[in-house]
Design a protein around this ligand. Structure first.
Ligand SMILES: O=C1C[C@@](O)(C(=O)O)C[C@@H](O)[C@@H]1O
Length: 208
């Protein structure tokens, strides 16, 4: 069942208190927006852990703050032990063999080019036990065909920089997740639509 995800740039630990006010299926906490992501304490999300996705995005894939990779790995292991959903890059998993990914989101982001189907298949090889495999792709020549191919395979797919309405279309094509913004100016990637607008359109389509 497709899920609406609000991507929240966490600029202060106080922002985490917004989660209960957001009417979506999931809220992604983008911890890489914190001045010091290492200040994050997992106990802060104990009461909301069933509604969130924790993401510490690497700057090479659109993240803001660079963090120590051992710290990131240890955080994800702690979250795994807590039963918290997180989003980890396939490339980061490939570099390490100590981060559980079964039942989690494994992602790949392309901001400057459209990869081949073969390249994407190789990136995700071995991560079939993820809850969702996710591709975010810049809207350059060939992006629609590639995203449609993987949407039909059960991936979550999204185009970055094209008309935000396309994300609705990819949901209809089978994308497992649709990412939206919390508010204007708080987008965590180009091409996000405000989540209230997405919710309205999806309900018109009978998808929510
Ligand atoms: O990977 C994704 C998808 C995304 O990049 C998007 O295009 O909406 C937004 C990110 O916050 C999230 O981690």
């Amino acid at each position: 069942m497709m899920k609406l995800v609000v991507a929240l740039p966490v600029r202060s630990l106080e922002d985490i208190k917004l989660v209960p006010t957001i009417d979506s299926d999931l809220v992604e906490l983008r911890l890489d927006y914190l001045e010091r992501p290492e200040d994050f304490d997992p106990s802060l999300i104990e009461d909301i852990k069933d509604r969130i996705i924790v993401t510490v995005r690497d700057p090479s894939e659109g993240g803001v703050k660079k963090v120590d990779e051992d710290w990131k790995a240890s955080l994800y292991k702690k979250l795994h032990d807590m039963g918290v959903l997180y989003d980890v890059e396939a490339r980061f998993l490939r570099k390490r063999n100590d981060i559980p990914f079964k039942g989690k989101i494994v992602s790949a982001h392309f901001f400057d080019r459209v990869p081949s189907i073969k390249e994407v298949e190789e990136i995700f090889e071995g991560f079939e036990e993820a809850w969702v495999r996710k591709i975010a792709l810049t809207a350059k020549e060939g992006y629609k065909e590639l995203l449609a191919h993987f949407a039909r395979k059960g991936f979550a797919v999204m185009s970055m920089g094209s008309n935000p309405i396309e994300r609705i279309a990819f949901t209809v094509l089978g994308s497992e997740l649709i990412y939206a913004s919390f508010d204007e100016g708080l987008e965590t990637a180009p091409g996000q639509m405000n989540y209230k607008k997405v919710r309205e359109i999806l309900s018109c389509l009978g998808l929510r």
